[in-house]
Design a binder for this molecule. Structure first.
Ligand code: PLP
Length: 405
């Protein structure tokens, strides 16, 4: 059966608008489309393909587990889930893990747990969730309402209640909003979708202190920032601020759908048997792959190499910017980087992404003013250099076209 990009318009719900080419194969940080054109991948499946495409350790884990046991449901536990949870708790503040299938589901569990914990320990008035403008936490109705972009949650009828938003980076505003009724504060320790916003570490410490003062839980959404991307296993380790609940997904599965919510013994106790669940969550296939991801990504040598690769990106991007004057800054950490467009190119991030794609480089945007890179953490240096050379070609054409308008 022949399918093309046009088939998409015929058979798929129009909630996405995918690129013109259809990828069919990937290896490392390179991808090939139906016409066998080759691309360098700086998008990484939106910060998911943490070890690139078809990494041998992940392919091995997937095929071994695929020949053993795929699925059981949570009526039974399984070895890969137990091993993965042990590794996650051994390497973090957490003592307990809940597995889901996506970032949104991990966050949904975190929010439900926070509400339960609050109800049990403080009574029913303490139900307020505070999150941040431009934050992103997924697309279930609860998580998208907690997310800080009303455009994503409007138009679906009555929203879950007792959710308010503060300004990211504004501790005074948060202090004003918090009270004895605050159940939890949910935040990304570095905003991803919102434009690659790295907070002042003092702000994050301040949020922790306010949560302690008001007996509110601090939830870190590390779905995008976690699993080695910022040069540590999780970004909270760079910040030296420990949350009460942490969520992970995206890179955790390296391309296989999985999400996880991590927390302490004391808080976990509020999700008693029967209070929450998922048919697929923690299934052996997903956990076997995630365990293989974890084994590679938890290596400190790999994490140090991430920072070297960041420096290589920054060096080349600075050189490109000297020549074409398109960015105000390169922000982000490790291999989650944002090129913020200057005044002249406001609102045109998508044009830069398309220009890159036309030169056979895949990248992302974060909002309308930031071009985002979230490549594999083991992307070869040659691929970084070659991908940025292609980006430069695209920029040269875009700048020339803009100047001749
Ligand atoms: C992508 C993302 C999510 C949602 O994850 P899904 O797997 O798409 O449900 C949640 N939080 C953050 C910070 C994300 O970047």
């Amino acid at each position: 059966m022949q399918v093309t990009r046009n088939t998409f318009n015929d058979v798929m719900v129009p909630n996405y608008n995918p690129a013109a080419m259809v990828p069919v194969r990937g290896e490392g940080s390179r991808v090939w489309d139906q016409e066998n054109n080759e691309y360098i991948d700086f998008a990484g499946g939106i910060a998911v393909n943490v070890l690139g495409h078809c990494h041998p350790a992940l392919t091995k884990a997937l095929s071994e587990q695929g020949n053993k046991l795929w699925h059981l449901s949570n009526v039974f536990t399984n070895e890969p889930a137990l091993r993965l949870a042990s590794k996650l708790t051994n390497s973090t503040f957490a003592e307990k893990v809940y597995f889901a299938n996506s970032g949104a589901e991990a966050n949904e569990a975190a929010l439900k747990l926070a509400r339960r914990f609050s109800l049990e320990h403080f009574g029913e008035n303490k139900d307020q969730i505070i999150a941040f403008k431009q934050g992103f936490h997924g697309r279930t109705f609860f998580t998208v309402t907690v997310g800080g972009q009303p455009a994503y949650s409007d138009g679906f009828g009555p929203k879950p209640g007792s959710i308010i938003h503060s300004e990211y980076g504004n501790l005074d505003m948060l202090r004003e909003l918090m009270s004895e009724n605050t159940c939890a504060v949910m935040m990304e320790p570095m905003q991803g979708e919102g434009g690659i916003i790295v907070p002042d570490p003092a702000f994050v410490k301040g949020v922790r202190d306010l949560c302690d003062q008001h007996s509110a839980l601090l939830i870190f959404d590390e779905v995008q920032s976690g699993m080695g991307r910022t040069g540590k296993l999780f970004e909270y380790m760079n910040l030296n601020v420990t949350p009460d609940i942490l969520t992970s997904a995206k890179s955790l599965g390296g391309g296989f759908p999985i999400g996880a919510m991590l927390t302490t013994d004391k808080i976990a106790a509020s999700l008693k048997a029967g209070t929450h669940g998922s048919t697929y969550g923690g299934n052996p296939l997903a956990c076997a792959v995630a365990e293989a991801v974890f084994d590679v990504v938890s290596d400190e040598a790999l994490q140090a190499a991430v920072l070297k690769k960041e420096a290589l990106y920054r060096e080349h991007l600075a050189r490109i910017n000297e020549k074409y004057d398109v960015f105000t800054e390169i922000r982000g950490k490790g291999l989650l980087l944002g090129c913020a467009l200057n005044e002249k190119y406001q609102g045109r991030a998508r044009d830069f992404m398309v220009a890159a794609n036309e030169e056979n480089m895949m990248c992302l945007i974060a909002g309308t003013n930031v071009v985002r890179f979230a490549p594999s953490l083991v992307i070869p240096d040659e691929d970084i250099v070659e991908g940025l050379a292609r980006f430069e070609k695209g920029i040269a054409k875009l700048v020339a076209a803009t100047d001749s308008e």
